[in-house]
Design a protein around this ligand. Structure first.
Ligand code: AMP
Length: 221
């Protein structure tokens, strides 16, 4: 199985798709957003610095995020992984390329989950996440609602709205994403490593498209 790099605007469902891939194919899910949130939870000066950046919807510096990611990639050894949230700009794509060379990682595909702005907004504003296990639900979509309001189906912990899922921050995150990621898409296209999935579809359809790509049946690259 190939390693996967997900490139997706916020709320495209990369967290959900990553969980499905983890369950079915035993991928290790590496989310740079989660790595940062782990630091925030430590309440250190470093964590507070990160929190003030994330809550404005801005990107953390390439240095900070690369250090956290490198550490993670070195520790996973031979397990196949999904990279979620990195690279977010061309510089990060170049750094990742160097890192892959250093660690002898050649077998990977970049999957772009493309999503319309209005659908992204609706998904983000309805999202609630588990404070303990990170599972994600949505109060606007019947099939994504938790069984019990405010409680995680999986571990029964409390569900909360992420601080960066308000309308203003979300708009900023979406625009930041589009500006910074277009060159990244070109970078992988040139390497013949880019596949595109329509993330306006429902969860099952998106997953099916991803499985087709992993099986080498992708027709759009
Ligand atoms: P996510 O969970 O992927 O939506 O990330 C949440 C926030 O973490 C983003 O809005 C950024 O502020 C920060 N972040 C995550 N990944 C990166 C990255 N590769 N480079 C810079 N900032 C990042």
């Amino acid at each position: 199985m190939m390693n996967i790099i997900f490139i997706a605007p916020p709320a495209a469902g990369k967290g959900t798709q990553s969980s499905l891939l983890e369950e079915k194919y035993e991928y290790k899910h590496i989310s740079t957003g989660d790595l940062l949130r782990n630091e925030i939870n430590k309440k250190s000066d470093f964590g507070n610095e990160i929190e003030s950046i994330i809550s404005k919807g801005e990107l953390v510096s390439d240095d900070i995020i690369t250090k956290l990611l490198k550490n993670e990639l070195e520790n996973i050894k031979h397990q196949k992984f999904i990279l979620d949230g990195y690279p977010r700009n061309l510089r990060q794509a170049e750094i990742l390329n160097e890192l892959f060379n250093e660690l002898n990682i050649e077998n990977y595909v970049t999957i772009y989950l493309s999503l319309d702005n209005e659908i992204a907004m609706k998904r983000a504003l309805g999202r609630v996440v588990c404070t303990k296990c990170g599972a994600s639900y949505n109060k606007y979509f019947q099939n994504l609602m938790p069984k019990e309001n405010g409680i995680c189906d999986k571990c029964r912990s409390e569900l909360v709205v992420r601080t960066d899922d308000n309308e203003e921050t979300f708009k900023n995150r979406f625009d930041t994403f589009l500006n910074a990621t277009n060159p990244v898409l070109d970078f992988y296209k040139e390497k013949n490593k880019l596949s595109i999935v329509d993330a306006n579809q429902n969860t099952e359809e998106i997953f099916k498209n991803i499985e087709e790509i992993l099986a080498g049946e992708d027709v759009n690259n």
